[in-house]
Design a binder for this molecule. Structure first.
Ligand SMILES: *Cc1c(COP(=O)(O)O)cnc(C)c1O
Length: 349
């Protein structure tokens, strides 16, 4: 149990003092009775389904997530994609031109982009050869200004999960926030870190409806953390960051979890199909194990193969410029038709 962790020592001074914008619907919280007449927000009164501002706290979506994930709604914050959640974390905890964050390349590119946008130094510590965090090197890179450590597990683009012992060591020894980005957790056999939320006050978990849930178009990211951390993020989030149509689509999809589960099963089967067929292609030198809906492979010449695929109408991701990913390509798992076409073209070129 961590007892010497104080979230207030990490929050930026201006955020601590902030009085957040209070929207009309924030002030009137019991909008459950049908008879209430809303003349508070300058909306158009003629009903068309979206003439009202959306619920700023997305109660219906959070209630569903809370039941599914067995966490309280007070431990949940929703963002316009997890990218917005990550940005809110920077803005709440990292003082521009003073603080730094730690990221572990090769990993998700947005951490570095958000660090630049927010004028925060990004201290990079390469993963090991088998794509695991190197705890001692990470702790050596840390100083008093290190506010956030980003762990993407399962990791994009490598596809593997970080070991439980490694993550646990970092949660215990790093004195800033440890953000575990679980965008691909639903494709993995590993358990989510969600059930450890109470044990580690510095743990922040992000998930998304963009991948396994099939809703990349609605932009809905989820942040799970202590109620204190969620309360801080709530003071700075834009009041209506999740629009009404996105909330409705999310609710509909979360209620169809059987369908989602079936799709995940299919995608995992397709991942196995892709892997077994990739083994028959002579210039594929390595197929990295994947706990995600993509597979990273090493080939003879990534840029040449990438260009050849483009001319055949297949777009993949060339990761050759990433550290430890020389001549690597990232292939998203598609439908059987798409995957067999990919294999056919890989054989032809
Ligand atoms: C795709 C992805 C996300 C998703 O971001 P959204 O903004 O929720 O669509 C987050 N993290 C990683 C590592 C990803 O690969």
């Amino acid at each position: 149990m961590i007892t010497d962790f104080n979230i207030n020592s990490l929050v930026r001074a201006n955020i601590k003092e902030l009085k957040s914008y209070s929207s009309a619907r924030d002030e009137y919280k019991d909008a459950t009775t049908k008879e209430v007449i809303f003349l508070d927000a300058n909306e158009n009164p003629f009903e068309n389904g979206v003439n009202r501002y959306p619920d700023p706290q997305q109660h219906a979506v959070k209630t569903l997530l809370s039941e599914m994930k067995n966490v309280e709604t007070g431990n949940i914050l929703l963002g316009n994609g997890s990218d917005e959640v990550l940005d809110l974390l920077f803005r709440a905890f990292c003082e521009p031109n003073v603080d730094n964050v730690i990221t572990l390349p090769p990993t998700y590119g947005m951490y570095a982009v958000l660090a630049s946008i927010n004028a925060i130094e990004n201290r990079t510590v390469l993963l090991s050869d088998n794509f695991q965090p190197r705890v001692d090197s990470i702790l050596k890179a840390v100083d008093a200004q290190s506010k956030i450590l980003f762990l993407c597990s399962p990791n994009n683009p490598t596809g593997n999960s970080f070991s439980i012992e490694t993550i646990e060591a970092l949660l215990l020894r790093f004195r800033g926030l440890v953000v575990i980005d679980e965008a691909y957790i639903d494709f993995s056999d590993e358990k989510s870190w969600l059930e450890k939320l109470k044990k580690y006050p510095n743990l922040v978990i992000t998930q998304t409806l963009s991948k396994a849930y099939g809703l990349a178009g609605i932009r809905l990211g989820v942040c799970y953390a202590s109620q204190q951390i969620i309360a801080i993020l709530n003071t700075i989030k834009p009041p209506y960051n999740i629009n009404e149509l996105s909330q409705q689509s999310a609710i509909e999809r979360l209620l169809q979890s059987d369908e989602v589960v079936q799709e995940i099963v299919k995608i995992k089967e397709e991942r196995a199909y892709l892997v077994s067929n990739l083994k028959t292609i002579n210039y594929v030198q390595e197929i990295y194990p994947s706990a995600c809906n993509f597979v990273l492979i090493k080939v003879d010449n990534a840029t040449k193969r990438y260009d050849q695929l483009i001319t055949k109408g297949i777009v993949i991701r060339n990761r050759t410029s990433q550290p430890l990913c020389e001549n690597c390509l990232r292939l998203t798992v598609g439908t059987r038709l798409e995957n067999s076409r990919l294999i056919q073209v890989l054989k032809e070129i």
